[in-house]
Design a protein around this ligand. Structure first.
Ligand SMILES: [Zn+2]
Length: 304
């Protein structure tokens, strides 16, 4: 079955291997193909250390690599209706200290569809899940959200702290995504969503992508597998409806320190079909199809 992955740190990896111009086609595309990942986020992941120039360099490089491949870059509703391919996302905006309009326009020009204000750190816009600061969302963060909404770039809350989450929900007027977060009720990790947070995202009309990182699935080692990730999907679907559930695997196999971080059965994008099998234990075939790709496609067709 076709799959849509709302979060893959591929742009970060491509810049890490900048000298290797074949990296996208030799490392990533074969795995996406093997796992039938037909729609894949190319996340420009910024861990808090990057300057604005370095952030821009990653996005320029990612687009160049996509353009030099035979993969389609999905930008519009029409693209999602008629093609498969990859789409640009941003994870964290640590280098943005001022001039938010220029930055948001840069993202728009680089066809970014979804973006988060911070990774785990506290930056000038918002506080991440592991950040230390006496604020959730800053005035600059509020400005960025308003500008993103104006340009129709979706907001991703997967990495924000709880106080930033509630601040964001007070000002966001468009659908909000959590591209790669699970249910905190099933696995108590600060990167997972509390019940009321799940409900609030559902009310905005946004999507929640199921994350295959071991520590977000279960605190018990023998439950860190695709089967138990499917239980997170069931839990969230029971709260807000299956039409808000998607996949955001967060594969890390291509990172030097990636060993042992992914769930059993979900070691890389090449293994992604195992998630389909696991979902079938909890959902009807029609619902599995919605979670696997149709919710994402429907969303972009209706909102871009
Ligand atoms: Zn992440």
């Amino acid at each position: 079955m076709k799959l849509a992955d709302l979060h893959a740190d591929i742009a970060f990896d491509l810049l890490e291997h900048k000298e290797d111009k074949t990296r996208f086609e030799t490392e990533h595309l074969p795995k996406l193909k093997a796992g039938e990942v037909a729609y894949c986020s190319i996340a420009n992941y910024y861990d808090g250390s990057q300057t604005l120039e370095q952030m821009k360099e990653m996005m320029d490089h990612a687009l160049e690599m996509i353009e030099n491949s035979d993969v389609e870059l999905l930008k519009t509703a029409e693209d999602f209706k008629s093609k498969t391919g990859v789409f640009m996302t941003v994870e964290g905006m640590c280098g943005v200290k001022d001039n938010p309009a220029e930055w948001v326009q840069f993202m728009k020009d680089h066809h970014v569809l979804i973006a988060s204000l911070c990774w785990n750190e506290a930056n000038a816009l918002a506080k991440g899940a592991k950040g230390i600061a006496d604020y959730g969302l800053t005035d600059l963060g509020r400005e960025v959200i308003a500008l993103m909404e104006e340009k129709n770039i979706l907001l991703d809350v997967s990495h924000v702290s709880d106080d930033a989450f509630y601040d964001i929900m007070k000002v966001a007027t468009k659908p909000v995504f959590a591209t790669h977060s699970n249910a905190r009720a099933l696995c108590n990790a600060p990167r997972n969503l509390k019940d009321d947070q799940i409900d609030m995202i559902g009310k905005t009309g946004g999507l929640i992508g199921m994350n295959g990182f071991v520590n977000f699935i279960s605190t018990e080692k023998d439950k860190q597998d695709a089967e138990h990730l499917a239980q997170h999907a069931r839990y969230i679907a029971d709260r807000i409806g299956v039409e808000h559930v998607a996949l955001g695997f967060d594969f890390m196999d291509y990172f030097a320190d990636g060993d042992g971080k992914m769930a059993k059965g979900l070691e890389s994008a090449a293994h992604a079909q195992n998630m389909v099998e696991a979902l079938r234990h909890y959902f009807t075939e029609k619902e599995v199809e919605l979670i696997c790709y149709q919710n994402v496609v429907n969303f972009f067709v209706n909102h871009l």
